[in-house]
Design a protein around this ligand. Structure first.
Ligand SMILES: Cc1ncc(C[n+]2csc(CCOP(=O)(O)OP(=O)(O)O)c2C)c(N)n1
Ligand SMILES: [Mg+2]
Length: 340
């Protein structure tokens, strides 16, 4: 694998990842201010995986995702205002305010129904892959799921059928359990699996599987491109395990923005990194990591990074206004879309 991104791709991934990051920073703030209720999950720490993987997809491809979906929907190009409005349960949201954070998706962009049933998206993606194969147009379906999803029985069945029928499905496992507290320490639930090597699960049914550093956009892009190319030429499914360090704010049951609002000067200048969460800032924050690589280009590159960020922050400010201006769904619409 080359492990280097073409420069224009690196810049466009940074742009996507910054929008994802600023989006999540807005979500946690709006939650804390009481603009929506209920549990939610942030994608902070996993941006390089979703951005790089989704960048390999074409218009006709499908995606199926999970409870930790915000970044996926943004990376696929959904309108951040309508996505935020959906999380706030507003009628101007992507799904009319009926899906909320857990089912956030944009059907017009090829998202099959997003499932917060852990493992649900894996089986949906097999149906999507079957449809792609029937169409015979070289399209594929990508399943984006957490490591915990591999515990579910349906995951093994789905891998087996995809392998038997040589379906064009890219199974992207986002393993965010490195340094996760897990339920034992009072944190968010994480993986309990007898298999210590998660790649051995797809490999047992003959699906090629590779493990990459999920905070390295180039490594993810290489691995997913290879799996996708095999899918598109009839070679059957592929599996990529992208490993990321758990963002400290996603350790407690309720997200807590412990690392603050991302300050890109940590990548573009030699400013001292905060003592607390030093390792996160230095080694694991995928946005800072890509920004550091690009900032190595010198002052013009650093200026460009800040300009892109300012642009994404302006986009998010408009998105927040749009979402907060949205009305709640009308009471008389409560039974719309109810089939039984
Ligand atoms: C079928 C099912 N069982 C249990 C849950 C409760 N639950 C929600 S998230 C979660 C952990 C999921 O871990 P993983 O798939 O790795 O996703 P992560 O949150 O780590 O991104 C569990 C057990 C659920 N939503 N669905
Ligand atoms: Mg997980």
């Amino acid at each position: 694998m080359s492990h280097a991104l073409p420069e224009s791709l690196a810049w466009s991934l940074l742009e996507t990842m910054l929008l994802m990051r600023r989006f999540e920073e807005a979500v946690v703030r709006l939650a804390q201010e009481g603009h929506f209720k209920g549990h939610y999950h942030l994608y902070i720490g996993e941006e390089a995986t979703g951005a790089a993987a989704i960048a390999t997809l074409g218009e006709r491809d499908h995606l199926a995702t999970t409870h930790r979906n915000h970044g996926h929907v943004i990376a696929r190009g959904a309108d951040p205002g309508r996505a935020l409005a959906e999380i706030l349960g507003r009628a101007n949201g992507l799904l009319g305010g009926r899906g909320g954070t857990l089912h956030l998706s944009d059907p017009a962009l090829g998202f099959l129904a997003t499932s917060a049933i852990v493992g649900g998206c894996i089986s949906l993606s097999v149906g999507g892959g079957y449809a792609c194969k029937q169409r015979g147009d070289g399209s594929l379906t990508m399943a984006l799921f957490g490591d915990g999803a591999l515990e579910e029985g349906v995951a093994f069945e789905a891998l087996n059928i995809a392998a038997l029928w040589k379906l064009p499905v890219v199974f992207l496992c986002e393993n965010n359990s490195v340094n996760a507290w897990g339920s034992a320490k009072g944190g968010f639930p994480t993986l309990n699996h007898a298999a210590k090597d998660l790649c051995s699960i797809p490999q047992s049914v003959g699906i090629p599987a590779v493990r990459v550093d999920g905070a390295d956009a180039a490594a993810v892009h290489d691995a997913v491109s290879e799996a996708a190319a095999r899918c598109r030429t009839g070679g059957g499914p592929g599996f990529v395990e992208a490993i990321t360090e758990r963002w400290p704010g996603s350790n407690p049951l309720w997200p807590d923005p412990v690392t603050g609002v991302t300050d890109l000067r940590m990548a573009t200048t030699d400013m001292a990194l905060p003592q607390e969460h030093h390792n996160w800032f230095r080694h694991h924050d995928p946005v800072l990591r890509l920004a550091r690589l690009l900032a190595a280009g010198g002052k013009d590159s650093a200026d460009r990074i800040h300009a892109i960020d300012a642009q994404q922050q302006r986009r998010m400010a408009k998105a927040i206004d749009f979402a907060l201006a949205g009305a709640m769904p009308a009471a008389e619409a409560a039974l719309d879309h109810v089939f039984a």
